[in-house]
Design a protein around this ligand. Sequence first.
Ligand SMILES: C[S@@+](CC[C@H](N)C(=O)[O-])C[C@H]1O[C@@H](n2cnc3c(N)ncnc32)[C@H](O)[C@@H]1O
Length: 275
Amino acid sequence: MILKYNDFDNLEYRKGSIEFGGLLTKLLEYLRLVRKEEKELTFNLDEFVKKSNITKEELESLLKTKEEGKHLFDFDIIIDGNTVTFTGFDSGKTRPFESIRTEYEDLGVEDFYKKKGNEYTNPHLKYIEESIKTIVDLGIVNLSKVLDLGSGTGEVTNELNNLGYYNVEGLDLYLCDEYENNTGYKCMEMSFDDIQQGKLKDKKYSTIICSYALHLADKSILHDLLWELSLISEYLVILSPTKKPEISEDSWELIYSFTNVKSKNRIYTSKNRNI
Ligand SMILES: C[S@@+](CC[C@H](N)C(=O)[O-])C[C@H]1O[C@@H](n2cnc3c(N)ncnc32)[C@H](O)[C@@H]1O
């Protein structure tokens, strides 16, 4: 079974679960991100929720699938007071981590979540860089102050720098250290959830560029997240390996789109720019 990058809606993991696929993928990816060789991981629940972007209720819904006899994952989840433990990664039960690794067709997510320092590389980097150059050459967006949203290790920022645009800020939940080391720019360690809750409301950007990251925002917050972004930026540029996520038309208007091999690129203007 192939688990395709960004194919969360149609995901079938082992026994298959369209309902839980996206959530399970998110959990596995987060555990892969933080796990080294441990056979068991225990987190403070609040800390886990904040860092993983997975709620207690979502964890409980996964637990329930086990109780119902659905074998969506091989390890155990124990919620006890304000701790959550993931256990049973040994005795062949590391499989989720291994299989997800081999099943990704697109190495972007794999490398990203491996998160071993600076090892993350986006295999579509060439197309991203070319797309950024095209966007700059088009001259549609104002690049006087750019937010690199889901900035990773600075792929977009570095290309903007190469093209002579230096007023850039990063934002990422997991890779801020790597971003700052690679670019020399500041990175706000923040989640899409934080933005949706208004934590960027005092900021102003001419353009927000989000490359290969917006699909990682939970669908339930996407509408409000996009609304918040439309209040703080004139333009939004989305680079993505697929046409997802869909952008709600009440906050952003599509003004240009093009594809560069693997990178599907869209340029929007804010409908709230004058608010
Ligand atoms: C596939 S990488 C893309 C990185 C880079 N923009 C690029 O084009 O290569 C996705 C990025 O989104 C970040 N990310 C994932 N979930 C996030 C969240 N909930 N809030 C903010 N950033 C998140 C990850 O840390 C990662 O750096």
